[in-house]
Design a protein around this ligand. Structure first.
Ligand code: NAP
Ligand code: HSE
Length: 437
């Protein structure tokens, strides 16, 4: 039987999972691939580190470029993460006419179009199913299964760590800090949890999906990105009272021929399937002009879910299926990309939570600022402070005050926010989140 020889760069969480599937299920893989899938060499940072996977020491190297130039290797699997060295590794692999499989969303988001061009020049393929939504086959869905549609809207939970943190906060009644600690202990959070909780990871994945679905090349600095790190447990509870879950939602949709793009914690009505996705699971809701709505869901982070996507890419390469798809992957070839809607023009409803002094005219002052900026209120909730005699003379109790607005433009919200800063009754920062009904 023929063999496909694989060089792996990075044997950490995902790399070890890939090595396990390749070794533990060699026979099954060979049947599906029509070839034996053989790990030929592996690059790591420290060859003396103990590992959860048992590979001969002679197979390991600390020089990733010795893998990409090895004439015996057919496929380079980049699982080291980061951008600079990973980019060198991928470029060298392609220049040496090796196919590439990667789980690196930061790399594909930043350099995807350049790397794809280099791959085509060298008649090679880059597979990156694992870069978005872990075990959920969303790249294949957009690149192949939905090819008969124009996608008109994409709304997605694509950061498993954030979704796990929000789920733990709400269902276990724990603070944001405690939920982050738990995500780190379990190993969901990236080495630097800032990428997850500040929204960057989800925004990079949205960039990749936007390129595939709409032909528009974007990085997170092109659209609004907000993480879950500004939320408190109370926001999840108040949203629930109003009939919503809060999720870190990545959105790309066509609005009058332009593309509305953002990644933000968003209130989503409980009834929607995407509001019901809990824990480290991801879900992508696509709307196609032929199929209507379609939902894709799986574990979005973690060793084996991500390894599952990497191995599927390797098998596709062995069969020749990946090469065919890759050559057609520029679904927009020749057509001008869809332009972005300026952030100020994005139109939707908003949730505000203020922390205010409970004294006369507070609601009137805030409503006045919002009203003068053409922002119409849909509902208001103020929680009572317990009656007490212990406040100092002239001091007022502090209470939470929530507003839901009718549809308005982001530009008006930003203008009102500047004025709200001047109100002495409001303590900063307040929370302002979009609503997706
Ligand atoms: P990780 O556990 O930190 O593993 C990184 C691996 O790369 C380690 O084996 C490390 O070697 C090796 N490495 C780092 N720098 C190197 C260098 N200069 N030369 C050679 N080897 C080097 O990372 P991970 O969680 O597996 O993530 C890998 C990639 O998958 C990232 O792009 C990540 O974004 C993506 N991803 C991860 C997940 C997930 O759930 N973890 C999910 C989807 C996608 P040592 O072991 O010797 O330190
Ligand atoms: N840190 C990511 C997440 C997994 O939590 O979804 C890697 O893409």
């Amino acid at each position: 039987m023929d063999a496909l020889r694989i060089g792996i760069v990075g044997l950490g969480t995902v790399g070890s999972g890939v090595a396990h599937i390749l070794r533990d299920h060699a026979e099954r893989n060979a049947l599906r691939a029509g070839k034996q899938l053989i790990i030929h060499r592996v690059a790591v940072r420290d060859i003396n580190k103990p590992r959860g996977v048992d590979l001969p020491q002679s197979m390991l190297t600390e020089d990733p470029l010795s893998i990409t130039t090895d004439p015996d290797i057919d496929v380079v699997v980049e699982l080291m993460g980061g951008v600079d060295l990973a980019s060198k590794v991928v470029r060298s692999a392609l220049a040496n006419r090796k196919h590439v499989v990667t789980a690196n969303k930061a790399l594909i988001c930043q350099y995807g179009p350049e790397l794809f061009q280099l791959a085509r020049e060298n008649d090679r393929t880059i597979c990156f199913e694992a870069a978005v939504a872990g075990g959920c086959p969303i790249i294949a869905a957009i690149g192949q299964a939905m090819a008969g549609n124009q996608i008109t809207s994409l709304q997605a939970i694509i950061n498993g760590t954030s979704n796990f943190i929000l789920t733990q906060m709400f269902h276990q009644n724990v603070s944001y800090d405690d939920a982050v600690r738990e995500a780190q202990e379990i190993g969901y959070a990236e080495a630097d949890p800032a990428m997850d909780v500040e929204g960057t990871d989800a925004a990079q994945k949205l960039g990749i999906l936007t390129q595939l679905a709409f032909g528009t090349s974007v990085t997170p600095d092109h659209f609004p990105v907000q993480g879950i790190n500004t939320l408190a447990l109370d926001d999840l509870k108040y949203a629930d009272e109003l009939g919503y879950a809060i999720k870190l939602l990545a959105t790309a949709k066509l609005v009058e021929g332009r593309l509305e793009l953002h990644t933000q914690p968003t209130l989503i009505r409980h009834q929607r399937p995407i509001a019901q996705v809990d824990g480290p699971y991801n879900m992508i809701e696509l709307t196609g002009d032929a199929v209507g709505k379609a939902w894709f869901s799986a574990m979005g982070a973690g060793q084996m879910a991500t390894a599952s996507a990497v191995v599927a890419d390797i098998i596709d390469l062995a069969i020749g299926r990946a090469q065919l798809t890759f050559q057609k992957l520029d679904l927009w070839g020749g057509h001008p990309p869809v332009s972005l809607q300026p952030a100020e023009e994005i139109e939707r409803r908003y949730y505000f939570r203020f922390t205010v002094e409970d004294r006369p005219h507070v609601i009137a002052d805030i409503a006045d600022v919002l009203g003068r900026n053409e922002i119409s209120l849909a509902s208001i909730i103020q929680k009572e402070a317990p009656e007490t005699d212990e406040l100092a003379a002239g001091a007022y109790p502090i209470v939470p005050l929530m507003f839901m607005t009718h549809r308005t433009r982001e530009g008006l919200i930003r203008k009102a926010a500047e004025e709200l800063k001047n109100l002495s009754c409001v303590t900063t920062p307040w929370v302002c989140l979009p609503v997706a009904d």
